[in-house]
Design a protein around this ligand. Structure first.
Ligand code: PGA
Ligand code: MG
Length: 241
């Protein structure tokens, strides 16, 4: 851990940038909580705490809904087995999407330094792509309504391929689309999930300190550097355009 960092030692080897979405560009904790509360109300379950939601974000919607549902059933002392959970899971996913879409995008918070950083990265000549575990139907409106879509050449979402982060597959596909070698493609994320995918794809990985790292301190992530904003990362990258 914290061994020599290809990115920090050689920022001039970078030719393109990949961006995670939740916890990196935008903070949609309130939308996650609202969607899960909508689901809970319809299923007559208690509400999950925002803290529990924050530490469960980042591995895709199915993971979030499954873990929260299991936790709430235990809390409500509702008898359940693997089969009844599967049945309820389908209904829960449907309610979760309805709740998330009803929450809208008008209150979504773009983290400080994101717009400035992406503007600089683009001005310096780096093509960018987004690789998130969020499903396309939730990610696309967020990118358009926040105005962040204009910075990315493409969106690879949690349902674009059968495999998602921490699998390296979406990052390797992203490099193919950008026509850059993984070793020259910097991944910027907020969680151990992003770092595991980047390490396996052999992309350098920069981690933001402000996101959601499954409830663990960011310094426990095997990464090439930890940063307070995307603008700070942008300043390290030389102009290539
Ligand atoms: O788990 C999610 O829904 C999103 O996660 P990501 O944008 O951090 O990949
Ligand atoms: Mg994230």
């Amino acid at each position: 851990m914290n061994t020599p960092s290809p990115f920090l030692l050689a920022p001039n080897s970078i030719q393109a940038v990949l961006l995670d979405l939740d916890g990196t560009l935008i903070n949609t904790l309130d939308e996650f909580v609202a969607a899960l509360n909508f689901m809970s109300d319809a299923m007559q379950l208690p509400h999950a705490s925002p803290q529990f939601v924050a530490q469960t974000i980042g591995k895709g919607s199915e993971h979030l809904v499954r873990v929260v549902l299991q936790m709430l059933l235990l809390e409500a002392k509702q008898p359940h087995d693997a089969q009844s959970i599967e049945h309820m899971f389908e209904q829960a996913m449907h309610l979760y999407f309805t709740g998330y879409e009803a929450a809208g995008t008008s209150h979504v918070k773009v983290y400080p330094g994101v717009r400035e950083g992406l503007e600089q990265i683009r001005a310096k000549g780096y093509p960018m792509g987004i690789v998130t575990n969020k499903p396309t139907r939730l990610a696309m409106p967020l990118l358009h309504d926040t105005g962040l879509a204009r910075y990315a050449e493409f969106l690879i979402a949690g349902d674009t391929y059968a495999k998602r982060k921490p699998d390296p597959y979406p990052l390797i596909q992203a490099c193919t689309r950008l026509q850059t070698m993984p070793a020259h493609t910097l991944m910027i994320g907020d969680s151990a999930n992003d770092a595991a995918a980047a390490r396996a794809a052999q992309c350098p990985i920069a981690i933001l300190r402000y996101g959601f790292n499954h409830g663990n301190p960011v310094e426990t992530i095997d990464a090439d550097g930890y940063f307070d904003s995307i603008e700070e990362i942008a300043r390290l990258l030389p102009s290539i355009g």
